[in-house]
Ligand binder design. Sequence first.
Ligand code: AMP
Ligand code: GLY
Length: 426
Amino acid sequence: MNILLIGSGGREHAFAWKLQQDNNCKNIFIAPGNAGTALLGTNLNIDPCDFAGIAQACIQYQVEMILVGPEEPLVKGIYDYFKNNAATRHIHVIGPSAAAAQLEGSKAYAKDFMKRHNIPTAAYAEFTIENYTDGIEYISNHPLPVVLKADGLAAGKGVVICQTTAETLAVFESMIIQSKFGEAGKKVVIEEFLKGIELSVFALVDGKNHVLLPEAKDYKRIGEGDSGLNTGGMGAVSPVPFATKAFMDRVKNKIIQPTIEGLQKDNLEYKGFIFFGLISIDGEPVVIEYNCRMGDPETETVMPRIKNSLLELLLATSQQQLNKIDIETDKRAAATIIAVSGGYPGEFKKDQVITGLSNNIPADTFIFHAGTKITDGKTVTNGGRVLAITSLSPTITEAVTSSLDTLGQIQFDGMYFRKDIGFEFY
Ligand code: AMP
Ligand code: GLY
């Protein structure tokens, strides 16, 4: 079977790496991919939201399945585009319909879904220009801190945690009146601040059945000890020690099952990954957000822990046969550390030559590329997040040490990484 992966990050390299371990996976195409995916398949220079271009490539290369990495093409309706086109209807698209992708595409939609289906989440209200003055009053009476969320996709920047009422009012005005996040911020969700410890839980859903993948915890802040600016993710670990069987049973009963039943009740077509961004408040799981795709860097952490063939999992998803699948997990811990360009998440340089990638690395360490490309035969940096190094070891501490050892052999000008990924669990 020929498969097309959409995206260009570490997540997509990890998917490609996992897929090519199955002999039934004939050719892998990646649109647009990076220098790492080019080692495992054929990169196609097509934008993830150019559906006509993707469809044409699928026909040309006899692609039978598409796995969509990032949220934007899903929210813009890639699933529906392929389904509603006679020439592409036979191609399995792994991902939700546009309607179901609203769980990530609109915070207000997701909150309403959770309210309707009795799924635990933070208390909230939503505002637009129409009820702007009600919003001001709501903020004036709200305890602090308080969380403001631009409704639509905002490349991970649409959530602001405000510490004072003055700051909250200023952010609210910048979103609604000054359109700081464009269309995405014309509606704002104002939410109660939850205090607890976060984790990411992933399910693969076929519309009826689901399987649970290993959970992970990602580290979003740029600085050690979770300090400084938010990033796309600086690393992740799996398993998460506080995700005990009792905790995960609560997650299944109170969150996952009601979400999947809710999708069915609301007639939302969903054949793909659901990412539950959760927070544990004294052992009680509460939903912070839904994502309609796998996480990055969590995919780089979770894929090496799954023993099943990814191709078989995806086929069972599209054929609605996930009830026949048991997920087999590697009991070892995985730790992923991201190497980023100096200056990220602010401004950074690109085109820096990366050395040390072909050094001997241990069998249980994997180098996934994120922002990389090949220029004049050399691998160079091409983004903020550059590489994801994952190691499997008996403990989180050993896995982190192994990833750090490998990072010690890799260099590019300005390279930075956190040395404390998983620090709560050492
Ligand atoms: P999101 O863009 O929805 O992933 O939110 C980004 C981050 O903001 C989350 O991962 C949390 O760390 C934080 N966050 C979002 N909502 C809340 C909340 N209600 N209480 C506390 N932190 C939150
Ligand atoms: N790691 C968080 C995300 O992928 O959105």
